[in-house]
Design a binder for this molecule. Structure first.
Ligand code: ADP
Ligand code: MG
Length: 242
């Protein structure tokens, strides 16, 4: 069964449809990338999955259960998602350790010792063991974003949603964040990502989806999309960014 099924999703803001009937399936362990020009609807689609936006039409299923049903418990859905945005939303007044253990303790009722042990394991795994007691402003942007990813992982999400997680970083810091995403893929994490890093996208994705004006124009394996796309609009977009 798919982890995520998006079926005919429409979203309109002030009479302007920014998602126009999106269909997408994400299988277990699959990495799906959304590419397309700024304003094509990538973030809005992720926000619909996270229930930060309500869809105007269509349905979204997570592990086979409809999450666009108005009776759904939003917190229960979000518990199963790990979300990281472009801007690192770490809590500035909390240490790295407290940032990471907050959700496991408050949302998932983990005990402090257990949550901290897991956080230390994750920090060690991603090369940040010595930063547990640091505050966010004592870290580089790349380290902060790695902590944000670790924090999202700490609740053992079913699906990670990563929206332009390297866009706010200086070029020399991008690579360390891409490295952690690559390792997540190798560990079998299911992910939907948006990125402007086309080389990375091609390398890591199982499926690449090209969005244009809220339409999912085409999707396929990266070799196909990047070298032999079906649609002129895809070719045009890629010729501008590759
Ligand atoms: P992308 O992530 O591909 O750059 P977005 O999903 O952020 O695109 O935006 C798609 C379109 O939706 C844009 O035209 C944007 O201005 C519009 N949009 C996004 N969120 C809102 C909102 N809350 N209110 C009004 N318009 C919005
Ligand atoms: Mg966006």
């Amino acid at each position: 069964m798919s982890v995520l099924t998006i079926d005919g999703v429409w979203k309109t803001f002030h009479g302007h449809s920014v998602l126009r009937g999106i269909d997408l399936e994400v299988d277990p362990h699959e990495v799906v990338s959304l590419i397309g020009a700024s304003g094509s609807g990538k973030s809005t689609l992720l926000r619909c999955v996270n229930l930060l936006e309500t869809v105007d039409d269509g349905t979204i299923f997570l592990d086979g259960a409809e999450i666009t049903d108005p009776r759904v418990n939003v917190d229960d859905v979000r518990k199963r998602l790990g979300i990281v945005f472009q801007s690192f939303n770490l809590f500035p007044h909390m240490t790295v350790l407290d940032n990471i253990t907050l959700a496991p303790r408050q949302v998932h009722n983990a005990g402090r010792a257990q949550a901290e042990e897991q956080a230390h394991d994750l920090l060690a795994r991603f090369g940040l063991a010595e930063k547990a007691r640091a505050y966010p402003d004592q870290l580089s942007g790349g380290q902060q974003q790695r902590v944000a990813i670790i924090r999202a992982l700490a609740t053992q999400p079913r699906l990670m949603l990563l929206d332009e997680v390297t866009s706010a970083l200086d070029p020399e810091l991008v690579r360390e964040v891409l490295g952690i995403i690559r390792e997540l893929k190798e560990s079998g994490m299911t992910m939907v990502i948006t990125t402007h890093e086309m080389g990375f996208c091609r390398d890591i994705s199982d499926t690449v989806c090209f969005l244009d004006g809220g339409v999912l124009v085409e999707q396929g394996p990266p070799e196909k999309i990047f070298t032999d796309p079906e649609h002129a609009r895809t070719r045009e977009f890629l010729s501008g960014v590759l």
